[in-house]
Design a protein around this ligand. Structure first.
Ligand code: NAD
Ligand code: WQD
Length: 346
């Protein structure tokens, strides 16, 4: 069974990818420092797969740990999720973000080179496009200057990998530019676990509906969109996870020693904030308490992907609708709420 190292494998996207890798016959090995995830995620993965995957608790900046992992296991490929992702926090703590996300990647690549690992997937983001001049965005759409240190770490990360390959390192790598991941595993065993107040729309919606937040503020309804609210491309995390497995499979058969490419991973459809709220209300049967507020600084008005390239290269299609994603997010939130109320009773 081929070993795939999943950095950040206890996180939101990484945990779903671990499950998909297992379904496709791979043996995922996790490294995570649990700085933004909980140990219960590992139990959730076990409940779904019936397997105990090897988990190394530690930091990707710790090269002695990385060398130990590469020494203990023959690693066929790496999916590199481990990074900090809060845009606002990155503005307050840029050095922390550059150290974790950029130095972390450099640390990993140095060991990748030493151990001659062949295949790498890098978690990039649609944030590299900023507010594009033309929609939908293709992989050729020019990048705009990053509007946060976080966004910059993704732009720099892609460049570091490409430069490393161009310098002669035998490595095949693909940067997947995710649009907006939402949803959870349909079993509700794993899902998004935001620590503190969520920044992202969907966990804020579900926490409001669960009574953990008073109300949702919709950030602006005077944009140049059909209902005035911003447009994003929301992709079910299971579809996103599937794209990673197909990408690993593609890299394995890609017939060269060196390769670098970028792929958009979205649905190709844009939805407004109010459409997301409507989808939530229809699956939950609840009326969401929300109000219209000011625009959020730094928000782009609209962005959605063109996904022809990833469809063609990965032979991949999204399978889940916005409604299904909202249903799975809500089921997951209800499970979390039930668990915390039974925890507080016991
Ligand atoms: P997450 O925070 O849930 O998962 C990241 C995991 O990495 C966490 O478990 C965290 O503990 C771990 N980690 C962080 N720094 C580490 C380090 N130095 N060493 C070891 N482990 C470390 O985030 P996610 O939503 O699953 O995102 C995964 C990746 O996808 C990130 O690189 C993120 O920037 C990128 N991304 C996420 C989104 C999104 O909206 N969720 C969108 C685009 C790109
Ligand atoms: C979605 C929409 C908000 C919260 C972020 C990162 C980006 C990338 C994806 C990692 C926007 C609106 C939100 C709320 C709202 N991540 N909203 N009320 O802004 O597309 O991007 O995640 O790479 O880098 O910045 O996602 O979920 O924060 O917002 O009205 O309480 O929901 O204005 O239109 P966003 P989001």
């Amino acid at each position: 069974m081929k070993n795939i190292l999943v950095t950040g494998g206890a996180g939101y996207i990484g945990s779903h990818v671990v499950v998909k890798l297992h379904e496709h016959g791979y043996n995922p090995i996790i490294i995570d420092d649990f700085s933004n995830s909980q140990h219960s995620v590992i139990q959730g993965i076990k409940n779904i797969t019936g397997k105990d995957f090897k988990v190394y608790e530690g930091d990707i900046l710790d090269q002695s740990l990385l060398k130990k992992i590469f020494g203990n296991h023959k690693i066929e490929g790496i999916i590199h999720f481990a990074a900090k992702k809060a845009v606002g926090e990155s503005v307050e703590k840029p050095l922390y973000y550059y150290k974790n996300n950029v130095s972390g990647l450099v640390s990993l690549l140095e060991v990748v080179k030493e151990f001659n690992v062949k295949n790498l997937i890098f978690s990039s983001s649609c944030t590299v496009y900023g507010q594009p001049d033309k929609l939908p965005v293709t992989e050729e759409t020019p990048k705009k200057p990053a509007n946060s240190p976080y966004g910059n770490t993704k732009q720099i990360g892609e460049e570091i990998i490409e430069d490393t390959i161009n310098s002669g390192t035998t490595l095949k790598a693909i940067a997947l530019r995710y649009f907006n991941p939402i949803g959870a595993h349909p079993s509700s065993e794993i899902g998004e676990l935001p620590l503190g107040t969520p920044n992202n729309l969907v966990p804020f919606i579900t926490q409001t509906a669960a009574g953990l937040r008073d109300s949702l503020t919709v950030f602006g309804d005077n944009y140049d969109t059909p209902d005035g609210t911003c447009i994003r491309d929301y992709i079910h995390v299971m579809d996103l996870a599937d794209a990673h497995v197909r990408c690993i499979e593609y890299l394995e058969v890609e017939n060269s020693d060196q390769h670098f490419d970028v792929l958009n991973i979205g649905t190709g459809r844009g939805n407004t904030v109010l459409e997301v709220i409507n989808a939530f209300e229809s699956v939950s049967g609840l009326k969401l308490n929300f109000k219209i507020g000011d625009r959020r600084a730094g928000d782009v008005e609209q962005i959605f992907a063109q996904v022809d390239k990833s469809r063609q290269i990965l032979k991949w299609e999204t399978q889940h609708s916005l409604t299904e994603a909202m249903r799975d997010s809500w089921k997951w939130q209800q499970k979390l709420s039930n668990k915390s109320s039974s925890d507080s009773v016991s």
